[in-house]
Design a protein around this ligand. Structure first.
Ligand SMILES: *Cc1c(COP(=O)(O)O)cnc(C)c1O
Length: 295
């Protein structure tokens, strides 16, 4: 799989003497977010090794992870069940539509019951209903996922800074584990409550030299502002790179803002990982009547 890295050219980067590159793992697949591809890879190998026929996982109704799991499960010959947070809403939104087309069955859990999802009694109930399954946690983050995510960086990625959007922290943990010792990893969380996230990453990351910047959450998970939507639109027009509004748009906004605030020393090089997520823009466009770029 050939993955491109593109350099971004613009006035502010030139003024500040900083070079910015984008690693396009979003191009791996039209609607399977690039990082989900890496995170699921070893999970599917493990599921096969265990002889499982069914993959079960959890997520919100617009989740990139749900869609990625549905698609890859079908491709690899598994059945799949998505336990979806919230009530069933018909017609299905674009994310769940494609997941369903890929053979995924859904089980809806009310928001209040959703926290029970990791409990043994509940999982046993699901086993009775669907049969035995290989369980992938919400967001797909486990040791297999981190092993996969540690393959995102390769020997050509020698920039001083590596930037990555952070949801559950699995992707960035893999990136941290595969970075060079002199590289710094900068994470842009998209969810409030860094204590939990930092600890999650600490428990998986084996190296130092990483930091989270919590200034670009834009009010919370999947929340958006006009400023962010305009930024994504301008970025698309200027560089022909489409960003999603939940993850990569916030990260890129953060990077450009930090460049303007001299966070990155003159002469430094930055690699932003474009993790994908474009499929989610479709649902956002429908919900908010906006025009984010779609695949
Ligand atoms: C899921 C996702 C992330 C976050 O990955 P985590 O491993 O949960 O931190 C980032 N970008 C995109 C596009 C995603 O779909």
């Amino acid at each position: 799989m050939k993955i491109e890295t593109e350099e971004i050219f613009c006035k502010i980067l030139e003024q500040k003497g900083v070079k910015l590159f984008v690693k396009r793992i979003d191009q791996i697949h039209k609607f399977v977010s690039g990082n989900k591809w890496y995170k699921l890879k070893y999970n599917f190998i493990e599921a096969k090794r265990k002889g499982s026929r069914l993959i079960l996982t959890f997520g919100g109704a617009y989740s990139n992870h749900i869609l990625a799991t549905a698609y890859l499960a079908k491709k690899e010959g598994f059945r799949s069940v998505g336990v979806i947070r919230g009530q069933e809403i018909l017609p299905l939104n674009p994310t769940l539509c494609v997941a369903k087309e890929n053979g995924m069955d859904f089980y809806y859990l009310s928001r209040s019951d959703y926290r029970l999802k990791d409990e043994v009694d509940f999982l046993n109930k699901l086993k009775i209903q669907f049969g035995d399954f290989y369980l992938i946690p919400e967001g797909g983050t486990n040791n297999f996922a981190i092993k996969g995510a540690s393959e995102i960086l390769d020997f050509k990625d020698t920039q001083d800074y590596i930037c990555c959007a952070v949801g559950t922290g699995g992707t960035i943990a893999g990136v941290i584990n595969s970075k060079r010792n002199n590289q710094r990893v900068v994470g842009f969380p998209v969810i409030k409550g860094d204590g939990f996230l930092q600890n999650n990453v600490k428990s998986f990351a084996k190296k130092r030299g990483w930091v989270f910047i919590n200034d670009y959450i834009f009010g919370g998970y999947a929340k958006l502002t006009n400023e962010l939507v305009c930024f994504i639109d301008d970025f698309d027009k200027a560089h022909n790179i489409q960003l999603d509004v939940v993850y990569t748009g916030k990260m890129m906004f953060g990077i450009m803002d930090l460049v303007s605030k001299d966070y990155f020393p003159r002469g430094s090089t930055i690699l932003a990982i474009h993790t994908g997520g474009l499929q989610g823009n479709k649902g956002m466009n429908e919900r908010f009547n906006i025009q984010l770029p779609v695949y």
